[in-house]
Design a protein around this ligand. Structure first.
Ligand SMILES: [Zn+2]
Length: 422
């Protein structure tokens, strides 16, 4: 890309600074496809049972809310401003401020330009229609995360940043195999990220991403081995993920990898049902995923919706990301509220908050304004996130206390009200 003509001075400076490999890598990683979803598949029946279940959940939550009002968080935020983020990519969470700090730490000089100009290379406009523009935003973060000190500090700064935004607990994910360009090993990358966790006061854990792709089987095996080696119940690596171009590299290619993860007792989530349809989610569940990244497209398959509900699978949904990457053609058809009403354990997350220019607060406000998500429903969404977190019961109890939620798993309470599955 260096030497292209007609580039802005900032773009030229960045392309000179950053090797061209990043854009290639990220096109594997990202999954943006413009696609049409059949409207007729949205005819999902809603049963009276679901209404009863939802009413029961609301009653449980509201009683817990009243009881929990006495709880005091050290930041003294109102309950409505406290969040949990289960789906947050480290490289996608690098804001300009964090990028500047990471550059200074590592002795890199960012192009001399006003912030608004630099922002364009980190954050896409909300109406971004170009995959290329979206992918370019990963170049600079990728470049800044190739040394142990860069990675450690990135985890620290991202965690501090979201803590300041009211996040009480987060699971930060990254692909160790993306951080080996300057000679760092995957294991050194994991160790650096773990060091970063120690430097923040945020309660947070790490998820290691394996990548969909070609010719990276050994790297994925290594990531799995590291997930197993560093696996803890809290305060470190707690799970594994599968990210990357879902439509190009189908979930069935990863059957063996995740069979091994299951055998080794490594919990996992998988990006599925975002760029590919219901079959991808069905396989992810069959392989043992307890959560699904996005899962938007399960609305095409009523039987799968029932399965996801029965198994208590949590969906890590990310509205701004889903809008920007066109996971649904028209956001009017975004199925979040339908899933919520169907009793599916939906959660709200940021995905790539730096690139998308979002925060969890913005995600919740967006859902309120666009889909009339009510305060009571927000409490269910947060309760779902607590239930689905890859952490200990002690941390979950602490989170429920901080959020003014009742003790115990909401979905289990719900299941008590359900008749035996036929
Ligand atoms: Zn993601």
């Amino acid at each position: 890309m260096t030497g292209e003509t007609g580039l802005s001075p900032v773009r030229s400076a960045l392309t000179d600074m950053i090797p061209a490999f990043h854009i290639e890598e990220r096109s594997e990683y990202l999954h943006m496809t413009h696609r049409f979803l059949p409207n007729e598949s949205r005819q999902i029946g809603k049963t009276i049972l679901n209404v009863i279940v939802l009413a029961f959940a609301l009653a449980v939550l509201l009683s817990g809310f009243a009881a929990g009002r006495a709880a005091a968080d050290e930041q003294n935020l109102p309950y409505a401003d406290r969040y949990i983020d289960l789906h947050l990519h480290l490289d996608g969470a690098i804001t300009l401020d964090i990028a500047k700090q990471l550059a200074a730490l590592q002795g890199f000089t960012l192009p001399d330009a006003p912030d608004e100009e630099l922002e364009k290379y980190l954050t896409v406009p909300d109406d971004c229609e170009s995959l290329n523009d979206f992918l370019k935003c990963f170049e600079l973060p990728g470049y800044l995360l190739q040394t142990p000190e860069g990675l450690r500090e990135a985890v620290h700064l991202v965690a501090d940043n979201i803590r300041n935004q009211g996040v009480l607990y987060a699971e930060i994910r990254f692909a160790p195999q993306f951080h080996t360009k300057s000679g760092m090993t995957q294991e050194e990358a994991v160790q650096a990220a773990l060091e970063g966790l120690k430097e923040t006061e945020l309660k947070a854990n790490l998820i290691l991403c394996c990548m969909r792709g070609e010719g990276n089987e050994a790297q994925n095996e290594e990531t799995l081995a590291l997930a197993k080696k560093y696996l803890v119940e809290d305060g470190g690596v707690v799970a594994m993920d599968l990210a990357g171009a879902e439509a190009l590299y189908p979930t069935e290619n990863y059957r063996e990898l995740f069979a091994k993860a299951k055998e080794l007792g490594v919990p996992f989530t998988m990006h599925a049902g975002e760029a590919s349809g219901p079959e991808s989610v069905r396989l992810a569940i069959e392989y043992g995923a307890s959560r699904i990244g996005h899962g938007v497209r399960i609305f095409e398959d009523p039987e799968l919706i029932a399965l996801v509900r029965e198994k208590g699978i949590a969906l890590e949904m990310c509205p701004t990301s889903n809008r920007q990457t066109h996971a649904v053609e028209d956001m009017a058809d975004y199925p979040f509220m339908q899933f919520l009403e169907d009793g599916i354990r939906v959660t709200l997350n940021t995905d790539d908050m730096g690139i998308e220019g979002t925060t969890l607060a913005k995600e919740f406000r967006y859902m309120e304004e666009t889909f009339a998500l009510s305060p009571e429903q927000e409490r269910i969404v947060l309760a779902n996130a607590v239930d689905a977190a890859f952490t200990t019961d002690e941390v979950k109890d602490w989170l429920r206390e901080q959020l003014g939620l009742p003790k115990g798993m909401v979905i289990e309470l719900l299941e008590d009200t359900l008749p035996e599955a036929s």
